[in-house]
Write a protein that binds this ligand. Structure first.
Ligand code: AMP
Ligand code: ZN
Ligand code: ZN
Length: 420
């Protein structure tokens, strides 16, 4: 049955023009009831730490933040990595509930690996276990478009975005902006009400050079200029469009303390699949009949531990909301923020993320929102990113009929009453 629906979904991908835009439906009209519904452009700047505006002082984003409804920081979910958090933002769920528990992981139920580098897995709906905002919108007759967003290339909950782009890391910014403008110029009957846009540059520079480096400042300035030019277009074209700028997580300088977990264990790779490095490492038992190996290995890992703790899958710290999902290892080792876990003599980056969002604020991101649906020039306390989904659903007048982890009440104070 799943296979048949997958085939149908492939057949549904009916249009493919240059620049790798996929148009997934012959009907690109919004249902009439959405005539007056607002439009939201959701922009993600990967790895933009909550305090980058103060540190690097980009011209446009600094001004934009001041005029916006903003949060002191946007608190990511655990692990504070790109795919888990983009999915949390767009589904309102913790990773253990939306299914994408890491950028790379093994799903023992599906007997398959997931990796952001593997198109076959990112486009496989079986890995995603809840309803992204674009699927919610499409199921209620509203058109959506994504210029990159993790998960946007899979047919999840029976829907693709009406328009989506095949991920290409090197697509220049002006090409990205051109397409967003093209979508915004569509007649209102066809214009997508939710449009996403994604920039990787700041995250890439943060890893390579560290969060405080000049190269990171340059990457920020590049993204700053691109968003400024899009904002200029929007203000002259249609100032009723709402712009929300978010980031998925922050970034910290990698500390000197490196711990090689495998040095403690003999021949562990024959018994366990090992995934991850840096802030966390998963161990998946290969032969489920050898269950007792889980406890004995856990004990060995935790003997004389320093800078990390290993847990059973169902026994991780409750504040992480990260347990009981079969894609999480039978054993999960979590490093504290001073420690980088390695499984050999591999190179470590200058900057990294993935550590607990509750150890200081370096893992926190941003939320700046502007437009008729948001209050002006106010800053609120930090909030978790899972609350954005119900907030956007409210603004887009979409009904959520399934259970989610987020709650609109946490962000209602940044929303303008005129919009509801
Ligand atoms: P990380 O810093 O390891 O959590 O992941 C950041 C990387 O994710 C970026 O450098 C991008 O190359 C990659 N990435 C972001 N969005 C997508 C996407 N939609 N498809 C594939 N890769 C992506
Ligand atoms: Zn990221
Ligand atoms: Zn990153």
């Amino acid at each position: 049955m799943k296979y048949i629906s997958y085939l149908i979904s492939l057949i549904m991908v009916i249009g493919c023009s240059s620049n790798h835009e996929i148009v997934t439906s012959t009907n690109i009209n919004n249902d009439k009831q959405h005539n007056k519904t607002p439009t939201v452009v959701l922009i993600s700047i990967d790895g933009y730490r909550h305090d980058y505006n103060e540190i690097h002082k980009p011209k446009f984003l600094t001004k934009f933040q001041k005029q916006s409804a903003s949060l002191k920081s946007l608190i990511p979910t655990f692990p504070t990595k790109t795919f888990p958090n983009h999915l949390s933002i767009i589904t309102g769920m913790y990773p253990m509930n939306h299914g994408i528990i890491a950028n790379h992981f093994y799903n023992p139920k599906l007997e398959k690996y997931y990796s952001l580098k593997d198109r076959k897995s990112v486009t496989n709906p079986d890995f995603y276990t809840t309803v992204p905002l674009w699927s919610l919108a499409e199921s209620q007759g509203m058109r959506t478009a994504t210029y990159f967003w993790p998960g946007s290339e899979a047919r999840i909950a029976d829907h693709y975005p009406t328009h989506y782009m095949v991920y290409n890391h090197s697509t220049p910014h002006d090409k990205r902006l051109q397409k967003i403008k093209e979508w915004l110029r569509l007649p209102k009957s066809k214009r997508p009400h939710l449009i996403t846009l994604y920039f990787h540059d700041v995250d890439s520079a943060g890893h390579r050079y560290g969060p405080l480096a000049n190269e990171t400042k340059e990457a920020i300035n590049k993204v700053d200029k691109s968003i400024e030019s899009l904002n200029d277009f929007i203000q002259t074209h249609d100032s009723s469009i709402n712009i929300i700028i978010v980031s998925d997580h922050g970034m910290q300088s990698v500390k000197n303390k490196k711990v090689n977990l495998l040095a403690k264990l003999n021949n562990i790779e024959s018994e366990f699949i090992i995934e991850g490095s840096g802030p966390l490492v998963h161990f998946y038992l290969k032969d489920k009949k050898k269950k007792r190996l889980i406890q004995t290995t856990l004990n060995k890992l935790n003997v004389h531990k320093s800078g990390y703790t290993c847990y059973l899958n169902n026994n991780t710290p409750p504040e992480l909301n990260f347990k009981n999902n079969p894609s999480i290892g039978d054993i999960l080792c979590i490093a504290d923020k001073e420690t980088y876990l390695v499984s050999g003599p591999n190179m470590t980056p200058k900057g990294a993320h993935g550590w607990s969002q509750h150890e200081g604020k370096d893992m926190h991101g941003i939320l700046f929102a502007q437009g008729p649906c948001f209050k002006k020039a106010i800053e609120h306390e930090s909030k978790e990113n899972i609350h954005l989904y119900p907030t956007l659903a409210k603004i887009l007048k979409l009904e959520i009929k399934h259970r989610i982890d987020g709650d609109y009440k946490h962000l209602k104070d940044i929303v303008s009453k005129d919009c509801l």
